[in-house]
Design a protein around this ligand. Sequence first.
Ligand code: NAD
Length: 500
Amino acid sequence: MVPAVSLAPSALPRPGQYVGGEWRNASGAGQETVLDPATGAPLGAVPNAGPADVAAAVAAARAASDAGGWAEATPRARSEALYRLADELSGMVARLLDVVVAETGCPVRLARSQQVELPLRHLEYWAEAARRPELTGRAPVVTPRPGGPATLGAWAVRREPYGVVAAITPYNFPLLENVMKLGPALAAGNTVVLKPSPYTPYSALLLAEAAERAGLPAGVLNVVTGGAEVGAALTRDARVDLVSFTGSDAVGAHILAAAAPRLTKVLLELGGKSALLVCADADLELAARIGARNITTHAGQGCVLATRHLVHASVLPEYLDRLAAAVTAVRVGPPRDPATGMGPLIRPAAVERVAGYVAGAVRDGAGVLTGGSAPTEPTGGFYYRPTVLTGVGNDWPVAREEIFGPVGVVIGFGSEDEAVALANDSAYGLAGHVVSRDAGRAFQLAGRLRTGTVDINGGPGYTNPDVPFGGRGRSGLGRENGAEGLDEYTQLKTIKFHGG
Ligand code: NAD
């Protein structure tokens, strides 16, 4: 029996391609059936863009960029357009929440704040940032003229948009990831072709609806739907000036290689295997809460989540007791139930991947402190119980590879040097966590972790729009958010004057 669809079909956006300010039917082969991960039921079908759609979207973005209207608009005009977009989205909050919960399976409790309110905050941040002056004055200097009187010279340093940005995004926080790309790209004067994950196309199509109603000029924001082929076509297109990608390191490597022949700039926000360092002096109740949150948030489908818990040997037994209690207290259930703390994974293949990692670790001798199987309830959806593994080496696949599911491993350490060495012994370098009652010591430890971000005692718990975010190693290239994130979408030009 096919379980009931959890969302009114009228809430879904039209499954078209938004190109040059108009909606067109996709010309590609096949379509993606979008599933509700909580029930396994189809929500609808979204046709795949074909090469002609991708070419048309890039052409529209190229034309809008080359015409100069958007790039050369006053910062105030761009800012006002982005505020109008934010206002449109604010008027759609209930629908956005419905759609995002349906397509991601994210519990409504988390989705309201992180999947809807946070992206709106990010968009307003970029609307404001668009007002940043594009000219950076430099003090005039006296330039000596050989053999003659001194001449006054000066220069202006201008920030210019790249042109056409291809934005390719993952499924886990779709609206946030989409806004984190189009916000700075548009604020800086670029035009955008957005390709969301085929699992979560609806929130991107709602964004296009909002852009249309907000009166964004034609071609400034375009949305095409489909999978790897559509993304690959965007990365190969010579008319694209910058590819901004968030997703797995494997696909990130493909994109970097695909962009290499044309030396197209690439921004990569990739996966992680972040460490949570629990010091001997940590508040263990706090540490266990943070630990449980990092295993269960959105069923472990978060790039920054700390899934390697490195714990001082003196507090390891107590940490394990408290972590087991905190993890088992998280209620696994349907995303729309406000009491649900953890929902499903995105697709059956993700459940199989998680189960495969756990089975491999158990075969190698790991202990299962909690979880280790799919729950008996709810049925129909793609659920797996939050799982804590012990007796694991830092060189095991479960400690080295991104599982992207609700699985954490706990490993003991004897000294802080050992903890830092274990934390840094990873191909990734996205985030890290330190839990200690000594803020100064935690700060020093944070400085020794080779990652883009470190949270002390839990940090603020969300991705701030105003501070840089990104990773090292296989976690990516470049930074999102903040002034540095905006700069990634601009190029510098120096214009020099002769004083006469
Ligand atoms: P994914 O890499 O499988 O897919 C991401 C996007 O790339 C999708 O839109 C997909 O259709 C597209 N794609 C796939 N192959 C492509 C190709 N060859 N060329 C161009 N595009 C292609 O990632 P996912 O499974 O959707 O998301 C999970 C991953 O995203 C995890 O690794 C997670 O850590 C990462 N992520 C990173 C961040 C960050 O900011 N660092 C944030 C969220 C998610």
